[in-house]
Design a protein around this ligand. Sequence first.
Ligand code: NAD
Length: 307
Amino acid sequence: MKVTVVGAGAVGASCAEYIAIKNFASEVTLIDIKEGFAEGKAMDLMQCASLNGFDTKITGVTNDYSKTAGSDVAVITSGIPRKPGMTREELIGINAGIVKSVSENLIKYSPNVIIIVVSNPMDTMAYLAHKATGLPKNRIIGMGGALDSARFKFRLAEALGCPASDVDGMVIGGHSDTGMVPLIGKAARNSVKVSEFLSEERMQQVVEDTKVGGATLTKLLGTSAWYAPGAAVSAMVQAIALDSQKMFPCSALLEGEFGLNDISIGVPCIIGKNGIEKIVEIELSDAEIAKIKESAEGVKKTNALLD
Ligand SMILES: NC(=O)c1ccc[n+]([C@@H]2O[C@H](COP(=O)([O-])OP(=O)(O)OC[C@H]3O[C@@H](n4cnc5c(N)ncnc54)[C@H](O)[C@@H]3O)[C@@H](O)[C@H]2O)c1
C-alpha cells in the first residue's frame, strides 16, 4: 500500500511516523510546498527505521505530484493551523484554496485514491474535496470524530479514574468547538453506562472539556495539536489498508442519513478497503437529534462561505 501525506508539518509528519511504526504500508510519500521540507522530514523519519524496526519506505518531495502517482490513500494536512483564540472556521480563507488544488492534483496522478481530509475547517474542507473532485462519496473521508472521540475517552477515563482502554465513547457532529456532539448517554465503562458512576454535573463537565479539547491544547502549545491527530489519521489509514471494517465517526457526505442532505459531517462509519463501506444510522435520542441538526446548521453556514 502506498500512502501520500500532503503537508509535512506537525500533523502530516506525526501521521507518517505512526503509519511507519505500525508497519502496514510499504511506502509513504510526504509532499509539501516548502522547498526541501518534506525531504528533510522524510530523511529524519527514515533514520528512525533501524531504531523503531519498521520497513516502510518514507520519501519526501517538494510539490511534485508525479511522485505521488499510484497512491492508494492520500491524507490532506496542508494548510494553516489555528493560533490561540482562533476558531477552526477562521482558517477557511487560506485553506479552501489549498485543499481544492491539492485534491485536484492528487486524483490526476492517483485516480483510484481514497482521500482523508484533515485540514480545517475539516467538515467544510471534506465537502469542498467532494465538490472539487466528484469522487464517489465512499472515497472522501473527513477526520475529526476519531480524534474527538479519543479526547472524549481521555476525559471519561480521567473522570472515572480508570485507563482509557476501559472506556468506550463516540463523538459525532461537526468538528468544531460548538458543533461536536459527544454521545455521553451511550458512553460506557466495560459495557456499564458511565451514568452509573458519574453525576450529571460531572458528565456535563466531560462533554464540555471534550468540545474544547482542541482549543485547550492550542492555548497550551501556541498552535494546534499533532500527536493525537496523527494517531487518529493513521488508525483510519490502517483500517483501509487491512480492510478491517472498523467503526469510526467520520465526516461523510450525507444523502438523507440522519435527516441530513448535501453536507459532510461526523457520523459513525465502517471503514475498510473501499474507504467508507457504510454509514451506520444509530438510534439517537430526541436531544441528540436536535444537537446534530444544530451542528449541521453551523457546518452549512461555513460551507456557504465557500461561495
Ligand atoms: N481534523 C482534525 O482533527 C485536525 C487536527 C489537527 C490539525 N488539523 C488541521 O490540520 C492542518 C495542518 O496542521 P499542522 O499543525 O500540521 O500545520 P503545520 O503548519 O505544522 O503544517 C502544515 C503544512 O502544510 C504545508 N502546506 C501549505 N500549503 C501547502 C500546499 N499547497 N501544498 C502542500 N503543502 C502545503 C505547509 O508548508 C506546512 O508544512 C491545519 O489546517 C489544522 O487546523 C486538523
